[in-house]
Design a protein around this ligand. Structure first.
Ligand code: PXP
Length: 249
């Protein structure tokens, strides 16, 4: 294997702390407190998805995350005018463009950058010109990767949902698609991230893919934190990632 990304980063997605808070409409549990604890426990970055319906993270959470966390913030958002205005106001380290409506998605659930090319080209350029690192959340598919390269993004994040949900031989096929797409993207000079649906077991084979530089993980970590605490759930994930990354090829 010719290339191994030296450090596989873990971005902790804190959306589902906000989901629990929002179930009662108050301020507890606070996702910013979770972000601070996650950083203390070794998260390399924090990810949060500002949805159009504000189902989890709110605008105020974004303001506080930018002010209070000492690691890069990866703001996931739909490619809408409203979200662009918010991103340009806050200028997070990175913006990951994700689909919000069905017609923006591929069948695998990633952002369809092929059909969205003409909308995305000026959109990506505007964020890039503001100094924001743009990432596209795409399926591990050749046409999507090649179009991401034409869009000039520095990062793609591969949707691992279909891999995590697959059973039997289908899972190996999904892993092989992730491997091929990562190697293609890496060869095109794009940094590769991955995420969605990962847990202690599914993360191991994904972490073994040498071109991946970052995994963004939320739901499982927050769910596990209910039983063992957030720091411990993050430590467990780091250990599982290290098992995959350090496995002999
Ligand atoms: N990456 C992206 C782009 C996402 O939208 C999400 C949340 O769906 C995640 C990573 C984290 O996924 P999960 O919460 O399933 O770990």
């Amino acid at each position: 294997m010719s290339f191994i990304h030296p450090h596989l980063r873990l971005g902790v997605n804190i959306d589902h702390v906000a989901t629990i808070r929002n179930a009662r409409g108050g301020s507890h549990p606070d996702p910013v407190r979770a972000a601070i604890l996650a950083v203390e426990a070794g998260a390399d970055g924090i990810t949060a998805h500002l949805r159009e319906d504000r189902r989890h993270i709110t605008d105020d959470d974004i303001t506080r995350l930018i002010a209070e966390i000492e690691r890069p913030l990866n703001l996931e958002m739909a490619a809408t005018d409203e979200m662009q205005t918010i991103a340009l106001r806050h200028r997070p380290h990175a913006c990951c463009l994700v689909p919000e409506r069905r017609e923006e998605r591929t069948t695998e659930g990633g952002l369809d950058v092929v059909s969205g090319y003409s909308h995305l080209a000026p959109y990506v350029a505007r964020l890039r010109d503001a100094g924001i690192r743009v990432s596209l959340f795409i399926a591990p598919d050749t046409a999507q990767v090649e179009t991401a390269a034409r869009l000039g993004v520095p990062v793609v994040e591969f949707h691992t949902g279909p891999y995590c949900h697959a059973a039997g031989p289908g899972r190996a096929d999904e892993l092989a698609r992730l491997a091929r797409a990562s190697s293609l993207a890496h060869g095109l000079g794009i940094e590769c991230h991955a995420g969605h649906g990962l847990d202690y077991e599914s993360v191991v084979d994904v972490a073994a893919l040498p071109e991946l530089a970052e995994l963004n993980i939320g739901h499982f970590l927050i769910g596990e934190a209910i039983f063992i605490g957030l720091a411990e759930s993050i430590r467990g994930m780091r250990a599982a990632m290290a098992r995959g990354r350090n496995r002999p090829a």
